[in-house]
Design a protein around this ligand. Sequence first.
Ligand code: PMP
Length: 428
Amino acid sequence: MSDSRSAALFAAARRLMPGGVSSPVRAMGAIGREPFVVARGEGAELVDVDGRRYIDWVVSWGALIAGHAHPDVVAAVTARTAAGTSYGAPCEGEFELARLVVELVPSAEMVRFTCSGTEAAMSAVRLARAVTGKSRILKFAGAYHGHADPFLAEAGSGLATQGIPASPGVPEAVVKETTVVPWNDRQAVEQALDGGEFAAIVCEPYPANMGLVPPQSGFLGFLREQADRAGALLVFDEVITGFRVAVGGAQEREQVVPDLTVLGKVLGGGLPLAAFAGRRELMEQVAPSGPVYQAGTLSGNPLATAAGRVAVELARDRALRARLERTTSELAGGLRELARELGVPLYVAEVPGLLCPFFASQPVRNFEDARASDAKAYAAFARAMIERGVFVPPSRFEAWFPSFAHESSHVERTLIAARDALAQAAAE
Ligand code: PMP
């Protein structure tokens, strides 16, 4: 590694960019190694600048449900590029994608496109605050909704806590309006809502940024009831789950319809695109049809909407969805089996299209449980996997992302690497 082209490029990059990266997790600090530098992606694989190949279970953190460089996505983007890359005026591509979102996502009657999930989540909160005339938001410990100030709140001690800034630079006054409670904890939600006036309950319906921690049975329906009781909006952040766990997202799978939905990742087919969507009377409050300001120079970009349209059309293909489910359960089941054989305590969370192995002997129900999982064992495991040419998330708090491009052979090769990597993790 040390005399590789990756290492040389990354050493130089560290002098140019903080940590050498454009987004922190890419630096692989949590597992104590340096990243490889990518030359190209092909289907379910990445190739680095030294020509090493990796089976990719990160696939741009879930943005590439069809895998890297899917020929239909490449063709759509290439064709659009020749017609100009941004107009600053309406174009048909965004209308077509909006129509698809409205058709597929149960809560979506209207949609506003943005360039990132961060912007979309931030804007959904602004809208919720505007329409309810209240300012507090309720979020869950360990959930991630991008890096806008209201979400960079951390739980203090206690069941339901007023947020404290999770980063320097975030004003206390902003996160004081954010209450943080443990996921899957009904009592904490009720208690928090009784203690103030809330604009919104914001959640990832299948939290996938604390590892993967699906809701306990009935918990999303409970949140729906509680939001109604409190006169707050229910906001589902489906940036990860949208078009992935079901074509209509977790809300389709769980039959719980939020007021507003945040979308991203799959929606943009690997280009910068996200959105917030919801009921017509709410969305009509957004400028220019309403007073709630929200805008973006590159929002609804023609390349991104073209890529997104292909990706979302692929995501509704039944055969591809069946394959995604099979890949997920084969990989999750295979990891469980290996761990059992080797006597390694491993709890593998799984929903269609997402999985996450925790080095823990008990089921993981919330962020506290996730944090109690063995960080050193995951780091050793992930390092060993990457050394063996399998790119798994370099953090125990991230989900693994199967794609339509992954085949049984990728699962088999991953499990061969995992046998050694689990043994190594157990030995360290
Ligand atoms: N919400 C969720 C659930 C996410 O997983 C992410 C990013 N991983 C975001 C919001 C923020 O999206 P972006 O990185 O596009 O700003």
